[in-house]
Design a protein around this ligand. Sequence first.
Ligand code: PYL
Length: 268
Amino acid sequence: MTRLTPDLIEGVPDDKIDLDSRLLRMTGKTVKGIALEAAGLEEGDIDLSEFRVGVVPITSGLGVISGFSASVDAIVRRLGMDSHVTEGTDVNGFAEAVDDGVDLIMMADDNRFVAYNTRTNRHTDNSWGTAKGYSVALKNAAGGLEGKEVLVIGAGYVGSWAVRFLKDMGADVRVTDIVFPKAKALEDAYGVKALEDVDRALSEHTLILNAAPAIFSGEKIAEGSIFSTPGVPHYFDEEGRRKAKAIIHDPLEIGTAVMAVNSARYSL
Ligand code: PYL
């Protein structure tokens, strides 16, 4: 998982990219709509305003990322939840949130980002949330995935979850990774097709979930491709942007929204 940097998320607290408008154009859904679908919920199944959230800054390892807690706080507020960043960090912040009686605690170290439901003692991981959210976004952008070939690029945490979710959505899932054995392991585990030549796979597919920290030159992209691409760094050259029918990306919001709604669902 690539570590975010302050510049990548500086626009998140104020929603500078107006993500809902972009997603509505490409998928017909807002962030909240995608998060509800990813959590298996319909609008009306849950009242997110009833949920109080504590976001706890974590200083371990490489330390806090400037703007990260503020971004997570803003994302869950946009869902309608009652959220705040704790005064304390780490264990102090966790204890503060528990004493404050919050329903969800959200916190991330260098390796994991979780939404913990204090009522049910269950959590949702950001890799799960990102994979589910971007799979749902791709499905909506493509008008369904039943029987359609979908390429997953990257066999890491997010890609491995995405392979399972997309297969459950009825897609004919192919997976590729620059370390081919990682892709082959998913073929062996989930009965999807591992493809060794990444560039050729990219040029031969138009439904793509990119879960790799990779940048692809437009000349390799098939005309009319739909990219659902949480990977950072994120960049498409002019030819890639012209050839792609849709490029669904944000640095943090969809994954965070899905994990928050999915962990809130545990309380139903
Ligand atoms: C959760 C993000 C999504 C992509 N990469 C992941 C990342 O950057 N993880 C590190 C998060 C560190 C947060 C820091 C803080 O500010 O609390 N410990």
